[in-house]
Structure formats: C-alpha cells, structure tokens
Ligand binder design. Sequence first.
Ligand SMILES: *[C@@H]1O[C@H](CO)[C@@H](O)[C@H](O)[C@H]1NC(C)=O
Ligand SMILES: *[C@@H]1O[C@H](CO)[C@@H](O)[C@H](O)[C@H]1NC(C)=O
Ligand SMILES: *[C@@H]1O[C@H](CO)[C@@H](O)[C@H](O)[C@H]1NC(C)=O
Ligand SMILES: *[C@@H]1O[C@H](CO)[C@@H](O)[C@H](O)[C@H]1NC(C)=O
Ligand SMILES: *[C@@H]1O[C@H](CO)[C@@H](O)[C@H](O)[C@H]1NC(C)=O
Length: 942
Amino acid sequence: MADFLPKVLIFTAHMLCFASAATDPGDLSILRDFHDGLANPDLLKWPANDADPCGNRWNYIFCSGNRVTQIEVQKLGLRGNLTRKLNGLTQLTHLGLQNNEFAGPLPSLSGLSSLQYAYLDYNRFDSIPGDVFVGLDSLLILALDGNSLNGSGGWMFPDDLRNSAQLMNLTCNSCNLAGPLPDYVGSMASLQVLLLSNNMLSGEIPASFGGSGLQMLWLNDQKGGGMSGGIDLVVSMVSLTSLWLHGNSFSGKIPANIGDLVSLKDLNLNGNKLVGLVPDSLTSMTLASLDLNNNYFMGPMPKFKAAKSTCASNPFCLPTPGLSCSLEVMALIEFLDGMDYPARLVSSWQGNDPCSTLWLGLSCDTNGKVSAINLPSKNLTGNLSPSVANLNSLSRVQLQSNYLSGAIPSNWTSLQSLTYLDLSNNNISYPLPKFSSSVKLVLNGNPLLLGNQTATPLSPAGTPSSSSGGDLSGSRSSSPTGNNSKRPKLVWLAIVAPATCLVVLLCLVIPLYFYCIKKKNTSPAPSSLVVYPRDPSDSDNVVKIAVASNAQGSTSMNGSGSGSWNSSGFGNESRVIEAGNLIISVQVLRNVTKNFAPQNELGRGGFGVVYKGELDDGTKIAVKRMEAGVISNKALDEFQAEIAVLSKVRHRHLVSLLGYSIEGYERILVYEYMPKGALSKHLFHWKSLNFEPLTWKRRLNIALDVARGMEYLHSLAHRSFIHRDLKSSNILLADNYRAKVSDFGLVKLAPDGENSVVTRLAGTFGYLAPEYAVTGKITTKADVFSFGVVLMELLTGLMALDEERPEESQYLVGYFWNIKSDREKLMAAIDPVLDREDETFESISVIAELAGHCTTREPSQRPDMSHVVNVLAPLVEKWRPFDDDTEEYSGIDYSMPLNQMVKDWQEAEGEDASFMDLEDSKGSIPARPTGFAESFTSSDAR
Ligand SMILES: *[C@@H]1O[C@H](CO)[C@@H](O)[C@H](O)[C@H]1NC(C)=O
Ligand SMILES: *[C@@H]1O[C@H](CO)[C@@H](O)[C@H](O)[C@H]1NC(C)=O
Ligand SMILES: *[C@@H]1O[C@H](CO)[C@@H](O)[C@H](O)[C@H]1NC(C)=O
Ligand SMILES: *[C@@H]1O[C@H](CO)[C@@H](O)[C@H](O)[C@H]1NC(C)=O
Ligand SMILES: *[C@@H]1O[C@H](CO)[C@@H](O)[C@H](O)[C@H]1NC(C)=O
C-alpha cells in the first residue's frame, strides 16, 4: 500500500498533465473541418481516431501549448475548398497553404491578430470575402500570387490592409488586381517588397510612393494598357534594388538623376512610352541588368556600363552605341524636348538625317538642310527651344495655332536665313527678341502680347481656346457650330445644267456665292474646318478629320515586355487624318484588319494585298498594304505629295482614297470598301465563285460608270490624271453593281525603272496601248485604249490575255479586231451567258464599234472619254428610266469621323458626287469643289 500511493499520484499527475496538453477542442474541430473539406485529405495522413494534433504531433501542424500556431501544408497537392472557420485558430502565426489546389473563396483571416506569415499563393482561390484582411495587426508577409481572384472584374487591396503596419512583403503577381493602386500602399512604412506583376493595374504610381523604403517594386506587364504617367518619383525610392516597370504605358523622360539609386541592380523599362534622351547618369550605372527596349528614346544610342543591357526598338538616330547624332538632329530633339516630345513627331522624326526620309512638318532645301518647320495646329504645348537657332538654313517657321508658351529664345535672332516666323494663336510671352527687318513675324492671337500688338482680329477658327486649333479630339457636336459643317447640298447644278453655254461662267461664280453665304452662316467657322489667317503658300493648309478614337483598340502586354506594344507613337490621342496629308496610324489599321488577318484579305494586286477593315461601328474600309519596296524611301516625298492630291479626287465613279500610312516599311492606302469586289471576278470567275452572271444591262451601266469616272480623271482642272492601269480587276462594284474605278495614279507612284514595275506592266499587257508599251510615252489615250479592252471583256466574257486560249484568240484585242465587222462571228464571240435578242444586239454592235474605236493603233484616232460617255449614256438611258438620278453635288465634311465620312459617301451613291479641291486652285476657298466646273459636262446633265 505504501508504494501504491505515489503510483496513483504519479498516474494522476500524468493524467492532469496529459489533460492540460490536449489540443484546444475549438482548434481541433477546425482542423477536422479543414481535413473534411478536402477532396484528397488522405495526403495529410492525419490519424483518424486521434483528438490531439498538438500532443501527438500531426503532420504539418505546429502548436504552442494546446493551441495551433502553424499550418504548413505547402506543395502537397491538396484539392478542395478551405474551411471558412480558419480564423477561429486565433493563435495562428504561420499559414502556409501555397502551391496547392485550394479552390473557392479565400479563407477569411479576419481577427488573426497574431498571424505573421500568410502564404496563400499559387492556389485556385477565386474570390475574396469582404473581411478577409481585417485586424491582421502582426502581418509581415502576405503572398497571394497566382490566384485568379474575382474574375474579369478583378479586385484591389481593401482599405483594411492599411492597418497591417508591419507588412514587409506584399506579393500579388498574377492575382487579378485591377484599377489604380491605393495611396496607402505607398506609405506603409515597413514595406520592402511589393510585387504586383501581371495584373490589370492602371493609373499612375501614387505620389505616396515617393521616398518609400521599397527595395523591390514590380509593376510590370499590366493588361489593358497598364499604368501610365511619369516615373520621376522613383528616384526618391533610394533603397530600390529591383525596379520592373515594363509592359505599361509610362510616359515622359527617365529622370536625369536616376543615378542616385545607388542600390539599384535591376531596371526594366521595356515596352513603355518613355521618351527623350537616355540620361548619362543611367548610362554610367553599374547595374546587373538593364532593359530599355521598345520605348521612344531618341538621340545617340548609349553605351551602357551595366553588365547586361539592351535598348532595341527605340528611335535612336543611329544603330551603333556611342555614336553621336548630327547637329541638326540634336537641335530638333531639343526642340521636341521643349514640347514634351509630341508622339506624332517622335514617331515620324527618325534617323540621323531629317532630309533623307520624310519628317513630319519639316522641309529641306536642295543642300539637304532643314529649311522649314511647318507644324500649325498640332496641339503642341511647352516652350520653344533655343536649339532651333542651330538649324542654320531655317527660313520658315510656322507654329501657329498651338499652345506654345514662354518667350521666343533670344538666339533665334541669329538665324541668318529666317524670313518668316508665324507664332500666331499661341501663348507666347515677353520679352520679344529683336529680329532683323527681313523676318516677317506673325504674332497675333497671343493674349500675353496683346498690350503691345497692333490689334489684328483673331481668325474665328484660329484661337487655341476654341476647339478648332489643334484639339481634334472634340467631337463635332461638342462644338457650338458643329451642325453648320454639314456638307453643302448644291442642288443648283441641276437647274443650271441645260444652259450649256453659261455653265462654265456660272460654275465659277456660284461656288463663290455659296461660299460667301456659307461663311456668313457659319461664323465662327465649323470646328474642324480650318480657316486660318491663311498664307496662300502654306502647304499645310489642310482640312482635318478626327477619326473616331475608339478605332484604336487596346494593346496587350503579355510576357515580360516581349509581347506586342504600341509602336505607333500615338498613345491614346484620337487619330488625325489630314486631307492633303491624310495620315492614319498603322496601329489603327492593324486593329481594324485584325492584324492583316488572312481571312480579311479581299484580293491581291500588282501593288500589294487588300484587306477588309471594319471600324468599331461596323463601317467597312479597304486597306491596301503595299508590297515592301514598291515605294522606296527615296520616293516617299513624291509618294506623299501624290497621295495628297489623289485623296482629293472625289467622284461617284472613282474609289475614294481615305488616307494612308507610312511607318517604317509600311505603305498602306485606305479606300472606301466596295462590297461586290472586282469586275473581273464577275466576268471571268462567276461560276467558281457562285455569282450570278452579269446581265447586259448591268454591263452597260458598268461601262458608263467607268467611262464617267475616267472622263472625270482626264478632265480635272489643274492636272490631267492618267490612270495607266485600267483593267477589269481595277473596276470595283458596289452592292447595286454600280462601278467605280480604283487604283488610279498608282503606277505613276511606283518609280520607273524598277524591275518589279516592268513586270507588273507586262502582267497587264493585255490592256496596254501599243505606243505606251513600246515607248513608255503616256497620254490619256492610253487609258482610252485600256477602256476599249474592258469593253471587249464585257462583250465577250474573255480575259484580255489568256494563254490557255487557242493561239488566234489569246490576245483579246487582236482577236476582236479580226471578228468585229463580221456580224456572225461577232455574235458567236459574245459571252454565251447573255441573251441575244435583237434589242440587245443593237447595243452590242454599238459597244463593239466603240471598243474598236477606242483601241485603234493611232492614239489621236481614239475618242476622248467624254465622247465615250456620250455614246454610252443614251444606250443606258434606254435600259434605265429616270430614277436614281437626282443630280446632287456634295462636298465632303472633313470634320466627320472616318466612319461617318464613309457612310456619307455611301449615301451619296444615288447622287452624282464629284468633288475636287486642289490646293493650287482658287485662292483660299476652303473645302469647295472648285474642280467641278470642269467635270461638269453636258453628258453629266440630264
Ligand atoms: C466550393 O465552393 C464553391 C463556391 O465557393 C462551391 O460552388 C463548391 O460546391 C464548393 N465545393 C465543395 C467540394 O464544397
Ligand atoms: C520577401 O520577399 C523577398 C523577395 O521576393 C524574398 O527574398 C524574401 O524571402 C521574402 N521574405 C519572406 C519572409 O518571405
Ligand atoms: C542657342 O542657345 C542654345 C542654348 O542656350 C545653345 O546651345 C546654342 O548653341 C545657341 N545657338 C546659337 C546659334 O546661338
Ligand atoms: C510691351 O513690350 C515691351 C518690350 O517690347 C515690354 O517691355 C512691355 O512690358 C510690353 N508691354 C506690355 C503691356 O506687356
Ligand atoms: C491636346 O493637348 C492637351 C494638353 O496637352 C491634351 O490634354 C489633349 O489630349 C490633346 N489633344 C489631342 C487630340 O492631342
């Protein structure tokens, strides 16, 4: 008995001890829930009949006393939902759930005031309970990476997290964060690591990040355009070792004192919109890794001290590190610097010679020196740079109607060749330097100079404060006078028509009259019709079209900045097309053609591939992407000048050129879209394409349409256009089978003497006038010849040249000449799909005769196109009673978005629309069809 007692005591003590070590029943129940919520709980190997995880040391569970403090189940492959009651483990300090397949909502951590380490990363959590981060007073590490939280809408750190003042690491790469970063994140005093790559963040880096103690900041690769704004404040984060900002839309310059970041080892700025010169302080940093690819850095390509560095795809002046740029280029870059690097100019001013390729707004003299800066109404802001004084040959500077401020640099007076300086309608201030008397200075419309200026009335449209000057983003309706810019309906022509003798006179007078009326009604001028105080020699006196800005689409940034990025340099500005300089960004055209997708291909021609493009509202356009090399860089100036003119050739039966792009090697023309495609398809391939064959009536209509279009081209006021490549594949059909001629002027644009062009001419040999083929001498009569061949094709359904045919009929013209005077043979040669009643035969023989006439060997014996129209018109009349022929001439409203403009053209289909506004025509009448006196002939009148 004596030794029994101690044994009992020991036993009891043991029992007591055991009881006190037994796991807290609340914690136990949560662990059970945790276990039971899993689809594969066996992986935990927790004993089924044990009630003491703390005492018996369950796998992955750590305790302090009888309370669970750590769950460390990382990388076990656990699947299923997590118990919602996890925050009942109130003593929890470590939660390691990373790299499993937990699904459903994140567990609420609310109230876990001891929790220091929360690794929830790389699971399949998909939503966030509202209170998840409440009361995490001790939190040091929060890792949420790789959970696609809250679907497409994304989420943002709730305000509650602000109270986790100890937080050192906050990582949420690829976790679906969206929207701007909250301010408080920047002011969390303990935060050292903030990794938020691959999310959908937007907005600027909050000012609160200035001076923060962050060591690692990753904000790279944000989807949907990404973060924006400047990066100046990063230089105040002096503890930074790793800064990843690639794949965003950060803009502005690299701060000059970036070298102050002495701890920085790793800097990635790839794929942003950063501009300017690369600062020397960055060049000399001894970084481990530096990536500046895909920005808009200019000037000399730097030679970096960094161990690994790359700076490709930037518009450096030369492709070799360490070489300086030419003096002119440096002067121009500093000029851009003063104006904060306008995107349009940055993307155009590339290379080391402003005179070798086309630099927007610059002209050069014959010595290859910059002679003019011509950038009116370009929404330019900032100051004028003294560096311009280094452009020795500069004679004209036209920067009117911008938002430029500050004084004119005093050393501009040293420009010896300067004769003209127009800074009207800006915000220039004193002091005014004294220019020599040979300089014509235009300064009206600068409010700060008003006190001293002789009062010059402001032009109605020129004031920068109105939306007319340069801000093209404003929609038409936002302008109080927007409605006045409706295109003028000039019904009067129909009335004047029969009075043939008076026509010319009237046509000269009436437009002027209408212009005056219109001007009265629309003072001040409609928002986008630019009516500057006009210098007649101003070649940039253009009419502007703001293209729907939604046509641009967004750019995605996937991967580490290696993905696509916006190379257009246009940022988020609305696109600007200028008639006379109708530039559309390639990026816009990529977007509307789904990146030139093969399924959008409409056809291939001598000059390239044509794609269908669809604007956001469904409006269709045709996008012709020229083959590389068709237009060499050398020929670019001429090309642009020619395009500027062609873009103004408007006629119901000519396919309208709506704009063009030149970027790098891209040469792209944008046309109105013709739904039924080329005539050749309907004549020669209708069977395989499952088209209905063209009736005779339709063919006659097409012939007349083409003749009218060609007549118009040939009889333009100030220059005669010769098509040079008229053929049935260049005749396009609208939905109602009415025809328009396309590709006029293109052959001329391609430089002579290049083999490719010769081949192309040979390719259309079947249509070539003999004198053109032999001597290369071209007159309008060469087009008449080609037209004759098209008539033969319409008659016979045979291609102009077809080596598959028997020898004697391979060359359609030769064959046709042999048979045309023999009624039997002719009828036998007529396209078998046409019915050959007597009535048809009558017009068939007229057309056959006309075709012969057009293709006579001697050019002078071929008729003019106006004669052709006169022959064809009565034939068509017979088949087509007066119906859709309300004569109405319409101008074009350049203030409209592209899609609207296209629509208006389409609307005008039932009307005869011809319009021409060449710059060298009648003085300063804006947007008036001055050419139509000439295009108006008796044959147009009915
Ligand atoms: C997990 O949670 C989701 C909703 O959050 C629910 O739809 C699903 O049924 C749950 N799965 C299990 C196994 O309980
Ligand atoms: C905090 O983040 C850094 C950088 O990723 C990492 O090296 C460090 O281990 C993290 N600290 C903890 C405790 O996870
Ligand atoms: C004009 O001023 C700038 C800046 O002060 C200077 O770099 C430049 O050499 C000057 N040019 C001339 C021609 O005086
Ligand atoms: C007029 O110009 C002179 C210098 O040309 C300047 O000193 C003066 O302040 C100007 N007056 C006003 C009202 O701005
Ligand atoms: C014009 O400049 C202003 C000021 O820089 C800017 O806010 C606006 O977006 C610009 N508009 C266009 C069309 O570039």
